[in-house]
Design a binder for this molecule. Sequence first.
Ligand code: MSP
Length: 688
Amino acid sequence: MSKKFYITTPIYYVNARPHIGHAYTTIACDTIARRQRALGSDTWFLTGTDEHGQKIQRAAEAAGRTPQQLTDEVSAEFRALWDRMGITYDDYIRTTSDRHQRGLQDLWRRIRNNGYIYKGSYTGQYCVFDELYVDAAGPGAPCPECGRPTETVQEENYFFKLSAFAEPLLDLYTSQPDFIRPETRRNEVTAFVKSGLRDQSISRSNFSWGVPVPDDPRHVIYVWFDALANYITALGYGSGDDSKFKKFWPADVHMIGKEIVRFHCVYWPAFLMAARLPLPKSIVAHGWLLFEENKMSKSRGNIVRTETILDVLGADALRYFLLREVVFGQDGSFSFDALVQRYNSDLANGLGNLASRTLAMITRYFKGEVPYPSHTASHTAEEDLVAILAKHTISEFGELFEQYQFSRALEQAWALVAAVDKYIVENEPWALAEKQDEGSRSRLATVLYTSAEALRIVTALAHPVMPAATAKIWAQLGLGDITKFDLSTLKWGQLPLGTKLGKVEPVFPRADKSAIERMQQMEDQGRAPVTGAASTTPAENVGSRTTSPGHTEPAAVPAGASQGSASLNKPAALVSTAPDGKITIDDFAKVELRVAQIKIAERVKGADKLLRLEVDLGTETRQILAGIAEAYSPETLVGRKIVIVANLAPRKMRGLESNGMLLAASLEGGKPVLASFLEDVPVGARLK
Ligand code: MSP
């Protein structure tokens, strides 16, 4: 019977649109799942979306949607992206689905009936951004994870007896060293548990967007308890049909980003222990994808959309780049330059070139049929060396892959590509082809057979990483459908002699400099608002696009506002005007004005008027660029509460994204004056 293999991605929050940070995790899982299938494992690959909680409820309010509308829209967007990328997920779980809610409530009851849930009251701080209880902090203290201000929560809650699990968890980490990977993460988690575990609040009662607590619907289940359960509810746990649960649970791998290690390595196994259910076999945490030195994230406004790369270079290029360039487990930088450079060197000039030159020569010199290598006079030690290297590559690649060392595995495979390239250059098959003697002919056959066989091996190994391109090379080699190939049988010398090649076509056309420019331009122009782009009307778009791309003046304090005496800068182009110049209340309601607090203010290099601000909106932190540097020095702004237009489409200035616009009175010939309040107002409050 074949081995079963169950792998999961985190389920993604629907307050942000998918970006290449999310794609990174999903690609890694898809690659692992594809390799497992190719090796013959009975594989189940789960992904989905995390749709409950205060953060989503607030994001929906900010976008003028119901939470259900927002979650339907963004969840569909994630799914459509995975489909476009050819991600081979077997199931897609949404936490708002009935099947999830039923299973989740069953898990709750089971833990409660086992005596690990009790009622108490929680007074303390809560970080809505991380959906995290921050026990040790006082009112207004920043979240230790993200630095955003926490909110004071005073609620009657249900508690989970986490404190009962410190010893069993520590035993688990020691007895199963592979439970948490890489080791650095295991050490962090161990230290955290050793420092003492407090019981954990697992319900909320001051908002409603969640799954009701069984038998007490005034409470909703804490979003992390809700989310973690997806890994079993998706398999039918707690439903009438739990055959998949029986077959696939426990998971072989939960793949996650490093910021959610604690939830997965402490809470999740403790919940499962309390429910007396088997534990996952391993939790693998990767690092972050950085863009311009920072974690790529919606709040920083430094995300790169996956679609841009798909449009210009295709999914395989992105998959290869991320797995080859980033040392798995560590943070890695993303840049369009590095992407294109890797693409050209390793794919266009590397594998692509090896494929096209080898196959073109077989077509030309042997009428498109794989030639017979000689075992006699024309066989030299060089062929043996290529064969030995190929055998070594097969085993090394497998071992490194099992340890999630994708970049090293690919490096090995590409060392084989380089060795074969060198072998071809040194043996000059084109020169051999010019000679008519039997020895040269036989040598030519040997050289091309050896090259084609090495190409086949690299193609088979790289298939899970670059499914589309390798399928083409495989077919060009005349081997049919690569997905039918049993990877566990891969060894040197299997290329059938006399195989008729398929139609030979280039697989990785070279990318020129314009590819970088095109991608950068697409990102500059195409960045849609973070939520709710679908409903942005053309009229609304006008407001954010009145300046030409590359324009370096700030969005704040638009020039048009400085015409009269002091006037509050209203983003007039956002709204349609009636013939008498007046707007309706509905028009005004489209503009989302909110109170924000400046957390960071700094000058922007090379732009005298521009300041880069990071402002807190209660639910998120935004980057805004504002042309107020001549009126305010950065240090005087930190801590100040201002008014911003929160639903303005993002735009780029000086390579930085501005996510909103602040309001200021603009005096002709004078300096802008920020709109502010005499009374204290909470951050995030809406002006209407
Ligand atoms: N909803 C929770 C997870 C619940 S799982 C039971 C969550 N969602 S998230 O949308 O914030 O996605 C987090 C995951 O997306 C990270 O753990 C990581 O896998 C991926 N990434 C998001 N941004 C990323 C980078 N900039 N770099 C790498 N991965 C990133 O947390």
